[in-house]
Design a protein around this ligand. Structure first.
Ligand code: IVH
Length: 673
């Protein structure tokens, strides 16, 4: 139906409903002060949905009905952050905070500074852009320069306004930045559910948030109850002079901003807040790992500027890792995919920094011996930023007098074969390649998030598939039938279908992921990337000799030998053949990751000193956009970027007729891309 045919009354009603719902969302999700009952709210939403269904041409992306939906994506496009998303200088030491302030004062030559103190939210940083009041794009921080476009996922977060409150339409462009987080209670209940379903629980709320934001299907995100606090902006209206005013302004136009934004005089004025929140933070329904101090006056901030990493006008004070006392119930040996036997401490569960801790890493046998850790001991466990907590000490006074030193087992607890400790190594290893723990580990690694990314191929499932002799290596998963899966515990028809479609989808993964997934010793994500940038397919990689491998910058002799060794193993070759038969992409230029990058196949040469970047930074930036930086000019060079005091490369560029650009042009070139 053409737009004209929609009765004016209907259009008005739709507009009014959207405005009301937006307002009630704000009251509920941002201010936490709802004015109407859930029932009334649902009625408004239902009415809007009905009208939009009847007049589908009225639907707009910012309608409150459009938070979730659409087909799952195949991937996330890149977003370039301009200005880059920096990180924060941080310290655990209060004295150092004063030092930070002194440094700023020296630069400014002023007497006193006013700071805004905020909570440092332990979540995932994102950037949101608004055009004429409408939410246009949301992205992850990524490496600070290039992030992922996760607009669809962010739209499901109810505290992110799809359309700003009324008068904000005055602002043609607005970019805000903040931290997405999963409330602790949601995290705990999601983990409980995951464990019941036999899925691997998330290590902490931050990982749960990051994992959720990486979902290609936004309906999954919508169920995870994510939330956000906005703490920064890259453009604020001219009339705003201080950070505090800016946050209040953002709150006024619909954003959920940093809940703590207290103005204090001097860093010394923040000390009592630091003390106060050290305890109070444990009562919050989200994780904070410190406080952030930011200079309030925006002109002063401009004067101070930033280093390439972090602003000189902000600093984070981080709380030291939390420690708790508990009992060590058992030491269990876990056999990884490479056969390494890792001791794990099973603990009497304790609640530390928002999560229940029931395991701690013991690293290796020497560590147990050195600390004389014994089963039954009362221990002190610490959880810092890292994922797995560790034991920092033993309360020897509480040790049972009859307790015995721990003796590391001599046989693999899974297959019963002897554990070997190779000369000069700290770890014991099970060297039986057919050990089921290793088989399971290799399959899990193959399907993992950085690997072929097969959602649903978790431990419980792999365990059953291997134990029931349905599969014996990772290539076998491509020959699974629905019946094989349905016959397993906790697997229904629907989940079997989902898994099969995930497996099917993984056949099209990039060469980089495939290389990583194979489980070649020493080839992790980084080396896999190097290899995929230098070889076009698995076949090429299989054929190259050690010399050629070492030519790749970053690949050393040990890794090269491991690669050669891997591809000379008959069993490995059989598995790769099986992958090929299954139709898994083995590479080839057409799937090169660089295909969509703006500088793909472009060669740059840098000469002289650049003002805004170090050599490494410029190189990284170019490479991230798909280009290459070479050391010398040839006729294949596309651009020579000239900084201050250029060298002989400039003459070479002229000789070959290569385009020479200065720093400004270089910046512009990147912006265009
Ligand atoms: S301001 C220039 N404020 O901490 C950096 N960051 O370690 C501006 N974070 O990447 C950041 N809470 O994602 C700021 N209240 C807060 C924050 C905060 C958490 C994150 C942020 C940043 C990271 C730096």
């Amino acid at each position: 139906m053409p737009r004209g045919k929609i009765p004016e009354k209907v259009e008005k009603r739709i507009e009014k409903l959207r405005e009301d719902i937006r307002y009630h969302d704000y009251l509920y999700y941002v201010l936490n002060q709802p004015e109407i009952s859930d029932e009334k709210y649902d009625r408004l939403l239902k009415e809007l949905k009905n009208l939009e269904e009847k007049y589908p041409e009225t639907v707009i992306p910012s309608s409150p009905t459009q938070r979730v939906g659409g087909q799952p994506l195949l991937g996330f496009p890149d977003v370039i952050h301009d200005p880059p998303m920096l990180s924060l200088d941080n310290t655990y030491d209060k004295e150092e905070l004063l030092g930070f302030e002194n440094k700023a004062l020296r630069i400014l030559g002023e007497g006193e500074l006013e700071w805004v103190v905020e909570q440092k939210i332990d979540g995932v940083a994102v950037a949101l852009t608004y055009e004429n009041g409408f939410f246009m794009q949301g992205s992850t921080r990524g490496d600070g320069v290039v992030g992922d476009d996760i607009t669809r996922n962010l739209k499901t977060i109810k505290s992110i306004p799809l359309c700003l409150l009324k008068d904000s339409r005055k602002y043609p462009y607005l970019e805000v930045r903040g931290e997405v987080f999963m409330p602790t209670r949601s995290f705990l209940s999601i983990n409980k559910e995951r464990e019941e379903k036999g899925e691997v629980p998330f290590a902490n709320p931050r990982n749960a948030t990051a994992g959720t934001l990486k979902q290609l299907d936004s309906t999954v995100v919508a169920e995870r109850n994510l939330d956000i606090f906005i703490h920064s902006y890259s453009s604020a209206p001219e009339s705003i002079k201080t950070h505090r005013e800016a946050l209040d302004f953002l709150k006024g136009i619909g954003f959920k901003v940093s809940p703590l934004r207290e103005v204090v005089k001097g860093v010394s004025g923040a000390m009592s807040l630091i003390e106060e929140w050290s305890e109070r933070r444990n009562k919050l329904n989200y994780q904070i790992d410190g406080l952030v101090l930011k200079i309030n006056d925006l002109t002063t901030r401009k004067k101070l500027g930033a280093t390439s990493r972090s602003p000189r006008w902000a600093v984070a004070y981080k709380y030291p890792a939390e420690k708790k006392k508990t009992k060590l119930k058992e030491i269990r040996i876990s056999i990884g995919r490479t056969g390494i036997a890792t001791p794990i401490a099973l603990l009497e569960p304790v609640f530390i920094s928002g999560t229940t801790v029931s395991r701690a890493s013991l690293f290796n046998p020497d560590e147990i011996e050195r600390k004389d850790i014994r089963v039954g001991d009362t221990i002190i466990v610490e959880k810092g930023g890292e994922i797995i907590p560790h034991i920092v000490g033993i309360v020897t006074e509480e040790r049972d007098r009859n307790s015995k030193r721990y003796i590391f087992p001599r046989r693999c607890p899974v297959c019963g074969e002897k554990l070997i400790r190779p000369e000069g190594e700290v770890d014991f290893r099970c060297i039986n390649l057919q050990c089921s723990a290793q088989i399971k580990g290799r399959i899990l690694h193959f399907g993992s998030r950085n690997g072929m990314n097969i959602e649903g191929l978790g431990y419980v499932l792999v365990d059953q598939l291997v134990s029931n002799n349905i599969i014996a290596d990772y290539a076998d998963i491509y020959f699974l039938k629905k019946d094989d899966i349905v016959s397993l515990e906790r697997m229904g028809g629907k989940s079997a279908e989902n898994l099969l479609s995930e497996i099917e989808k993984s056949k099209r993964q990039s060469l980089e992921r495939l290389i990583y997934s194979l489980g070649i010793p020493f080839v992790g994500a980084y080396n896999a990337k190097l290899l995929s940038n230098n070889f076009v397919s698995i076949d090429e990689l299989m054929k190259v000799d050690k010399e050629r491998l070492i030519e790749v910058e970053g690949i050393g002799g040990k890794t090269a030998s491991a690669i050669i060794g891997f591809f000379s193993n008959k069993k490995n070759l059989e598995v790769i053949q099986k992958l090929r038969r299954a139709g898994v992409r083995m590479g080839g230029k057409e799937i090169s990751k660089k295909r969509d990058l703006p500088f793909k196949d472009k060669r740059f040469v840098l000469t002289g000193t650049l003002k805004g970047y170090t050599r490494d930074e410029a190189k990284e930036l170019i490479e991230r956009l798909g280009g290459r930086v070479t050391g010398s000019v040839s006729k294949k060079t596309d651009w020579v970027v000239m900084g201050k005091d250029p060298g002989t490369k400039l003459d070479e560029a002229k000789k070959f007729g290569v385009t020479i650009i200065d720093e400004e042009e270089f910046k512009r070139l990147m912006k265009q891309k």
